[in-house]
Structures are given as structure tokens and as C-alpha cells.
Design a protein around this ligand. Structure first.
Ligand code: G6P
Ligand code: MG
Length: 226
């Protein structure tokens, strides 16, 4: 089987915005009387805005302290702070190797997709000057279930016109790896603390076309099916 598409997560794979999400959540959580640290924040990677808020409130024992309208206001406040912090993002904020990788994937006639649950993805791509870098970007606003549900990766496959079995997904979050695996794609994990990734790399500097294409061939050798 030929590789037809490579589908990327955004935050932590294309650019590193996790610390910006953390700073905004820490401020909002603090205002609600809840303390969160980097370790807790790591568990929010790949998790949608409202689900992140729900987890923060649970963490602080305040899951029933805010009604729906107040929760919407907290999420809105977080997003305002986060969007303000995105002003610091320029095309230099692409993670190492990503521009070259996207170029090489195109040269190999393989499609590229984006599967981020961030409603700010279009804004971030435009700040990075990457608005035209992907053949298809799944629309987070159309996806009801956050990762680890496979919905966003399946939507990206559908938009690209490929079957999940013909695609590789790349993620930095455990919820994302679980989503890729549940979609039936091959998973590549970026970072050190991920479980069940089919290929594990410590950073995007190792993420080259040579590495990805070699990985695909290894997984699809005829003797693997015997
Ligand atoms: C990504 C990030 C999460 C964030 C989510 C929603 O998956 O890893 O930390 O909560 O996007 O982002 P948004 O920009 O819509 O609040
Ligand atoms: Mg991510």
C-alpha cells in the first residue's frame, strides 16, 4: 500500500504554542481560585477549550461552582488572553524541520492535512505564513468530540480523499496519539512521554521525509503480512 497523506497536529508539531495556552489558562484558573502547574497542563495538550476548562474546574474541586454561562465567560476570557499572546507569533515560530518536511512531502506527491481541535488554527497558520501549506485543514468547529476521539483525523482523511490506512498522523499529545490509532492510521509521536506511538521521535528535528517514508516502508514490507 502506498502512503497517500501525512496529517499533522498543529500545537506542538507545527509550532509550539503550549506555553501560551498554559499562561492564559493559569491566569483564568488563578482568577477562579485554582492553581495549575506545567505538569497538570501537559494533560491538556490536544484537549478542546471547553473540555480543558472542565478538567481545570475538576482539578480545583470547582466543577459545580460555575453555571454554563459563567463557564462560557471563563473560556472566552482564556481565549482573549491566548489570542493576544499570539501576536508574538511570526513565521520564525515554525518548529525545526517542518518547512523542509512539508516541501519534501509535496515533492513526493503525498498529500498534507491538518487535524487540530484549535478554533484558532486558521489564525495561527496565517501568523506563521502557512495558510497555503496544507492540502486540507479539518474544521475544528465541525467536530463535536475532542481527541482522543478519532473524529478530527477521520475528517482530515475524508477531506483529502484518502483512507486512514493510507495515512500517517503526527502528534505531540497522548490524546492525539490515541486519536490517530483509533482512526486506524499509523502514528508518529513527537516528545518523550508518549505511549503506543508506532514511531517515537524526540523532536521535530528528527522528523524528515526520509524518516517518514522509511517508516512507512518498514511497516508495509510483505513479510509483515505473513
Ligand atoms: C490544541 C491545544 C489545546 C487547546 C486546543 C483548543 O489541541 O493542544 O491545548 O485547548 O487546541 O484550542 P483553542 O485555540 O480552540 O482554544
Ligand atoms: Mg499538539
Amino acid at each position: 500500500m502506498n502512503l497517500k497523506a501525512v496529517i499533522f497536529d498543529l500545537d506542538g508539531v507545527i509550532t509550539d504554542t503550549a506555553h501560551l495556552h498554559f499562561r492564559a489558562w493559569r491566569t483564568v484558573a488563578g482568577e477562579a481560585g485554582i492553581d495549575i502547574d506545567e505538569t497538570f497542563n501537559a494533560g491538556l495538550k490536544g484537549i478542546s477549550r471547553m473540555e480543558s476548562l472542565r478538567r481545570i474546574l475538576c482539578h480545583g474541586g470547582k466543577e459545580n461552582a460555575f453555571d454554563n454561562e459563567q463557564q462560557q465567560a471563563l473560556a472566552q476570557r482564556k481565549n482573549t488572553l491566548y489570542v493576544q499572546s499570539l501576536a508574538s507569533l511570526t513565521r520564525d515560530a515554525l518548529l525545526p524541520g517542518i518547512r523542509q518536511l512539508l516541501h519534501d512531502i509535496r515533492l513526493a506527491n503525498v498529500k498534507t492535512g491538518l487535524a487540530s481541535v484549535s478554533l484558532n488554527a486558521p489564525r495561527i497558520l496565517s501568523a506563521l505564513d502557512m495558510g497555503a501549506a496544507f492540502d486540507f485543514c479539518a474544521d475544528a468547529a465541525q467536530i463535536a468530540r475532542s481527541k482522543p476521539d478519532p473524529a478530527i483525523f477521520l475528517a482530515a482523511c475524508q477531506g483529502l480523499g484518502v483512507r486512514p490506512q493510507e495515512a500517517i498522523g503526527i502528534e505531540d499529545a497522548q490524546a492525539g496519539i490515541d486519536a490517530i490509532n483509533a482512526a486506524g492510521m499509523l502514528s508518529v509521536g513527537i516528545g518523550d512521554d508518549l505511549r503506543h506511538a508506532d514511531l517515537q521521535l524526540s523532536s521535530t528535528t528528527e522528523l524528515t521525509w526520509r524518516c517518514l517514508s522509511g517508516f512507512w516502508v518498514d511497516k508495509h514490507q510483505p513479510d509483515r503480512a505473513r
